[in-house]
Design a protein around this ligand. Structure first.
Ligand code: ARG
Length: 480
């Protein structure tokens, strides 16, 4: 049990207390960020004359050596330390003696952990954005290939009107696009550095917060040191955005499960993304889609846990906040895993256009268009609605589609019917006459696809020159 704060204590910490309090088992995920943040802090201490340049230089050299060991998988993290911050300081002391003891000058673990967590989250936001981008590309490819693939559109899970597969996929494109925009949005609000906030009230050393903020790729320092150490809004925002993205994945999964069922047969999930049954030899189950749907609950849970944890915490730092890590790490890892797997499943999904078209044709999905035909011939809409309702009833009895009903029988229902009705209510006409912005008609869909393509071209996070730079020699001019 190695702790930073033995001085004012006269007894050893109880073993159970130590374990309950310790976070090393999970916050070692922040090791790289802790090293980068410590390098920026050490350089700044030398630059400001708070430490001698030589001391600062040695600290930076050792921190970089640790980062190289970490990269090579050669840095063992003993679980006897309280947390990742204690571990890093202990190694510096072991390697540098008294100089190592100076790294924590003008710094608290409170601003340190707040910094590490922001840097970690920031990196993950960029990765999640990349995964969402990949998924959008897959969806767009399906859209381009299926502008003319007719399928039933549903409301209340009842066949409603004919749409196309491109149109249905386009709805998911919009959802995941918004998920990406939320990542950008959160990034823009959270990318401010808490380093230099101290424990809560800043510090009496002449630390340069703007210098460390810029070196670490932040837009600037956070403007209130109490808020700097105790703000976890950005994690709540991220968990909320991930919960929403998971909700979208879950809805999509639910549709794929339905479409893959014996009753629908709209799609066939690739063997690589299906599983079998231990007893029923015929089964090919959509387990991956079901698991994505199921894991949505975990991410919702993380959001609600953190909201609840934060709601009673007085300013500034309190240990409750340590709970933010496991929740956030699990939600991020879950969402990233689901995005990657779902994308693979979608990219290899086989669509069955004939079954989709047959389903649309046999479901009276053109009934609205038959009514609209009568309206164009001068029948008031409400009357047309009633006439077509009666025709549908008749068709159900005869087990035929409306367009299979002979003209004389249609004319018996309304004299406004002419022989042009059959062309007017074919599936193709029904879809392709829907040309309002956002509708499934061919030209409208092509416009939408162009707009989504343009969005994708301009959408990525820019590569930043600070990424990894501190581990490789950035700022060395301050430590000659
Ligand atoms: N492990 C702690 C956390 O995750 C680090 C900060 C500890 N600060 C403190 N005053 N005990 O929140």
């Amino acid at each position: 049990m190695a702790q930073l704060w033995g001085g004012r204590f006269t007894k050893e910490t109880d073993k159970l207390v130590f374990n309950f309090n310790a976070s090393i088992s999970f916050d070692q995920k922040l090791l790289k960020q802790d090293l980068e943040g410590s390098i920026a802090h050490a350089v700044m201490l030398g630059r400001q004359g708070i430490l001698k340049k030589e001391e600062s230089r040695q600290l930076v050299a050792q921190l970089r050596a640790m980062a190289a060991q970490l990269e090579a998988g050669e840095l063992e993290v003993p679980q006897t330390y309280e947390d990742v911050h204690s571990f890093v300081e202990a190694v510096l002391i072991e390697r540098l003696g008294d100089i190592g003891k100076k790294i924590h000058t003008g710094r608290s673990r409170n601003d340190q952990v707040a910094l590490d967590m922001r840097m970690y989250t920031r990196m993950e936001i960029r990765q999640i954005d990349g995964l969402l981008e990949e998924l959008l590309k897959t969806i767009l490819t399906i859209m381009k290939n299926h502008i003319q693939t007719i399928m039933p559109g549903f409301t209340h899970l009842q066949k409603a009107q004919p749409v196309t597969l491109a149109h249905h996929m386009g709805a998911y494109f919009e959802m995941f696009k918004r998920d990406r925009l939320r990542m950008r949005d959160i990034y823009g609000r959270m990318n401010y550095s808490p380093l230099g906030s101290g424990a809560l009230a800043g510090t009496t050393y002449t630390v340069n917060r703007s210098f460390t903020a810029e070196a670490l790729g932040f837009y600037g320092p956070c403007l209130n040191s109490m808020d700097g150490v105790s703000d976890r809004d950005y994690l709540i925002e991220l968990l909320s955005a991930l919960a929403t993205a998971m909700m979208h994945l879950s809805r999509f999964s639910e549709e794929i499960i339905l479409w893959n069922s014996n009753e629908y047969q709209f799609v066939e999930i690739d063997d690589a993304y299906s599983t079998g049954s231990s007893i029923m030899p015929q089964k090919k189950n959509p387990d991956i889609a079901e698991l994505v749907r199921g894991k949505t609950g975990r991410v919702y849970g993380a959001l609600f846990s953190l909201l609840t944890t934060m709601k009673g915490i007085p300013l500034a730092y309190n240990k409750d906040m340590q709970e933010d890590k496991e929740l956030t790490f699990d939600a991020i890892d879950t969402a990233k895993g689901c995005l990657a797997l779902f994308n693979g499943m979608l990219a290899s999904l086989q669509f069955c256009p004939q079954n989709m078209r047959a389903s649309a044709a046999l479901g009276f999905t053109n009934a609205t268009d038959v009514a609209d035909y009568l309206v164009k011939k001068g029948v008031p809409f409400r009357d047309a609605h009633g006439i077509v309702g009666k025709i549908v009833l008749d068709c159900i009895e005869k087990n035929i589609a409306i367009e299979q009903m002979p003209l004389d029988q249609l004319q018996a229902a309304s004299p406004a019917f002419g022989s042009d009705i059959y062309q007017a209510v074919s599936m193709e006409t029904c879809v392709n006459q829907r040309l309002t912005i956002g509708a499934p008609g061919k030209e409208a869909m092509e416009q939408a696809i162009l707009a989504e393509e343009k969005y994708l071209e301009e959408s990525g996070f820019p590569q930043e020159d600070w990424e990894g730079a501190l581990l490789e020699g950035a700022l060395d001019e301050w430590l000659p």
